[in-house]
Design a protein around this ligand. Structure first.
Ligand SMILES: O=c1ccn([C@H]2C[C@H](O)[C@@H](COP(=O)(O)OP(=O)(O)OP(=O)(O)O)O2)c(=O)[nH]1
Ligand SMILES: [Mg+2]
Length: 155
């Protein structure tokens, strides 16, 4: 599936030739993410509670500070097998040029075996706004003020 002509163009480096036939892509026209695959020499069994850093064999240089990458779990693996991310969400800086690494965490109660080149997470490109922080002594009052953590009730 090809993205639209106006899609941002990101440079992708192959760090391992085996990934050439598994380049990330949008599976459908409306897909929000591209699946990332595990670069493994052999199956990797994760015991319940185990967390391992898995290579992707890919580097993506986003370059534009108004964009970031996010690595998110795949819902099927997460829901059915408890395979999620050790950092919950991976945030990829626009100036990161290193290998995309996936922290895979078996939060389930059964061992799970990850096969080489299996799709284990997804990469989503998101817009980012970098803020300028201005130090002040007082805020202009808002309706909420400093109330939070359920202050508006449960209905
Ligand atoms: O799941 C992830 C999360 C991060 N990264 C890479 C890209 C990211 O730009 C860099 C730094 O990530 P982050 O800022 O979240 O980690 P940190 O612990 O703050 O490291 P650093 O001090 O290098 O910023 O690590 C990954 O490859 N996979
Ligand atoms: Mg950081």
């Amino acid at each position: 599936m090809t993205a639209s002509a106006s899609a941002p163009r990101l440079q992708l480096k192959l760090l391992d030739e085996r990934m050439r036939e598994y380049l990330p892509h949008y599976a459908t026209q409306g897909s929000a993410g591209m699946d990332l695959r595990a670069l493994l020499d052999a199956p990797l069994t994760l015991a319940p509670g185990q967390c391992e850093l898995v290579r992707t064999g890919l580097a993506i240089h986003i370059a534009d500070p108004a964009l970031a990458g996010m690595i998110l779990p795949r819902s099927g693996l997460g829901h059915k097998h408890g395979i999620v991310l050790g950092n919950l969400v991976g945030l990829i800086d626009s100036d990161y040029q290193g290998e995309l690494m996936i922290s895979v965490w078996n939060r389930g109660t059964q061992a799970f075996t990850l096969e080489p080149f299996e799709r284990l997470a997804q990469y989503v490109l998101v817009p980012v706004v970098q803020a300028k922080l201005e130090l002040v002594d007082m805020f202009t009052d808002s309706l909420r003020g400093s109330s939070g953590f359920g202050s508006t009730g449960s209905h």
